[in-house]
Design a protein around this ligand. Structure first.
Ligand code: SAM
Length: 217
């Protein structure tokens, strides 16, 4: 699929210096996600970031993991240019690549990964697309490799704050196929790929992080 049309509040990024974009949400959550990764991410190997956005995340994460080689990706050319701009001078970040993570089969392009991260995309795609994304992400992982999914979720089918109710409704009005995913459904999808869900962590601003691992062979 191509990139979906979203409500204006769903993926805000404003121009910064040169090609750089600034996403206020990334500025707010980058430290919390980085702290999380320091607790759960493998220390070496190859890392894929799906839907990297502006590049603020990967440019913060990479220096904290000197033995991980990061591959940022996104569907949007403007964001790819922004990622490359943020990555300048950080030699553990590869040039950003175009990836539509809802396209079946993309996993073959990213083999033997020790880490896949995704922040703030599942609620912007359909249930079916989320299943494809998770299935493909799982296929990329080597034994012991980890998947980290971060973002807003329903908890056991319930939207748990007024802000989440408003945001989910704005998404569904714009596109009835998208909106918050249920944490238990996502966990079941992850488990159906053969990964083990090893932790579910409450994050600031009512977000969740789901951590999964490919069992050692
Ligand atoms: C809300 S932003 C999140 C960006 C970043 N992960 C963060 O948390 O700041 C959603 C990102 O997903 C990208 N995106 C949208 N549809 C996509 C798809 N099908 N595959 C990959 N990336 C996609 C958008 O271009 C955008 O950069």
């Amino acid at each position: 699929m191509s990139k979906r049309t979203l409500p204006p509040t769903a993926s805000i990024a404003t121009p910064g210096e040169g090609a750089r974009l600034i996403a206020p949400s990334a500025s707010r959550n980058v430290d919390a996600i980085c702290t999380l990764l320091k607790q759960v991410a493998p220390r070496s190997g190859k890392a894929l970031e799906i839907a990297s956005g502006t590049g603020q995340h990967v440019a913060t994460f990479a220096p904290c993991f000197p033995d991980l080689l990061w591959q940022p990706t996104d569907i949007d050319p403007e964001r790819l240019a922004s990622i490359d701009s943020y990555a300048q001078g950080i030699d553990t970040i590869l040039p950003a690549r175009h990836l539509d993570a809802t396209r079946p089969g993309w996993a073959v392009e990213f083999p033997d990964l020790s880490l896949v991260t995704l922040a703030n995309l599942l609620h912007l795609i359909s249930e079916r697309e989320a299943e494809v994304l998770i299935t493909q992400a799982a296929k990329t992982l080597c034994p012991g490799g980890r998947l980290v999914l971060y973002g807003p979720f329903m908890r056991s089918g319930v939207l748990t704050s007024d802000g989440d109710i408003r945001f989910h409704e704005a998404l569904a009005v714009q596109d009835p196929e998208i909106g918050y995913k249920n944490d238990q459904d996502v966990i079941e999808t992850i488990q159906s790929t053969g990964l083990q869900v090893i932790d579910v962590i409450d994050m600031p601003a009512n977000n969740l992080a789901l951590i999964a691992e490919r069992p050692a062979a």
